[in-house]
Design a protein around this ligand. Structure first.
Ligand code: SF4
Length: 372
């Protein structure tokens, strides 16, 4: 499969491209949530890495510190941190996006004491007062980065980081657009692998692999034997194997709204205003995360637009067990999406270890219920 090149970077958070960037003087900073403005961590020599816990077998050690009512994504991160798998990071940035991430941050500080940690307080609404507060929060965050890493980080640096960020997203968006075709040249699994590689490796080093991937896709015959076009909607989904299992039923995942996917991952940052304020607006006003209390209608609209443009037959909602944010959101999304004519399958799952047989059976039955 074409994207196997990306698989090599998804087995371990400290992959070969990360090692290369560190050898060249780069400073790797881990972050955990889409509400964190990774673009501010892109000012060289820093580079951002979205943190996953690939291959984590269980969470026996983390369970001592985090209740098993805490989502398995955060418990898996803590497990790997306590197994020294993130020791290569020069720092960690978390966000008070949900209580599970807050507890992860507390335990990370208490148990691992990384040299640099920061937790961003993020408002739950997007009006003017909240934007002013969040802009100040980002100013303070930058101040801490400057002090700890002994860097300047000027306004021009941030403008350049935004411009490079948008440029990179153009490359990824061009590949995402291919999924609109009647016969897309890539599967949802391949797209997920590419997106994950793009956010978990140094951008400057993975770019050429993605350009090559795009060129190969132009020579690839499109897929024409799929049973249905699906969209996946949910929170943290950084396991391409989960999508591969869904597609093993003959369905094709052509669109997504997952935290490590195309919404919000491919949304550009506006460049016309004061750059830190622009970053704050981007995070608070780009409707994607259910933690934002007043944006359900916009989030629904965005999902419907995407489903329509990518000519989706049905939607799979997925969320990690005990994720209250996405658990509540799916409760509201199911009737709303059905009202707009989309068959919906809702799946609760654990972060680690796809239950292949059970998932295949659920998706098979869903497809059959649609006569697909
Ligand atoms: S999956 Fe849900 S509970 Fe877990 S960190 Fe993300 S938003 Fe929080």
């Amino acid at each position: 499969m074409q994207s196997s090149v990306f698989d090599n970077y998804l087995q371990d958070p400290e992959n070969t491209l990360v090692e290369k960037a560190v050898d060249q003087g780069g400073i790797p900073v881990g972050y955990t949530c889409s509400m964190i403005p990774e673009v501010l961590l892109s000012v060289p020599p820093m580079f951002p890495l979205r943190m996953r816990a690939p291959g984590v077998g269980g969470t026996e050690i983390a369970d001592i510190y985090l209740s098993n009512l805490t989502c398995s994504y955060t418990r898996s991160l803590l497990e790997m941190a306590m197994d020294f798998r993130y020791d290569f990071l020069a720092g960690w940035v978390n966000a008070a996006s949900c209580d599970h991430l807050r507890r992860f941050h507390d335990n990370l500080q208490y148990l691992i004491t990384p040299e640099f940690t920061h937790i961003l307080d993020v408002p739950h609404r997007g009006e003017e007062q909240a934007l002013t507060w969040f802009t100040q929060e980002l100013e303070y965050f930058l101040q801490r980065l400057r002090q700890h890493f002994d860097m300047q980080i000027t306004r021009q640096d941030i403008e350049k980081a935004i411009s490079d960020h948008n440029d990179f997203l153009n490359l990824l968006s061009g590949i995402s657009e291919l999924r609109k075709m009647d016969h897309p040249p890539l599967s949802g699994t391949e797209f997920s692998r590419m997106m994950l590689a793009a956010i978990t490796t140094p951008r400057e080093l993975v770019r050429e692999k993605i350009v090559q991937f795009r060129q190969n896709l132009e020579q690839t015959r499109g897929m024409d034997n799929y049973r249905a076009r699906l969209m996946i909607v949910g929170g943290q989904l950084d396991d391409p194997e989960y999508i591969r299992t869904i597609e093993s039923t003959g369905a094709l995942v052509v669109a997504d709204r997952v935290c490590t996917g195309s919404i919000p991952g491919l949304e550009q940052i506006e460049q016309k205003r004061e750059p830190i304020r622009a970053v704050a607006e981007h995070k608070l006003l780009t409707p994607s995360c259910p933690r934002m209390m007043d944006q359900f209608d916009q989030r629904l609209q965005k999902i419907l637009e995407k489903a329509q443009k990518f000519r989706v037959d049905a939607i799979i909602l997925e969320y990690i067990k005990f994720c209250d944010i996405w658990g509540v959101e799916t409760g509201a999304l199911i009737p709303a999406l059905r009202e707009h004519g989309y068959p919906v399958l809702c799946l609760e799952r654990e972060y680690h270890g796809t239950e292949t047989g059970q998932l295949q059976t659920r998706v098979q039955a869903f497809l059959e219920s649609m006569d697909k």
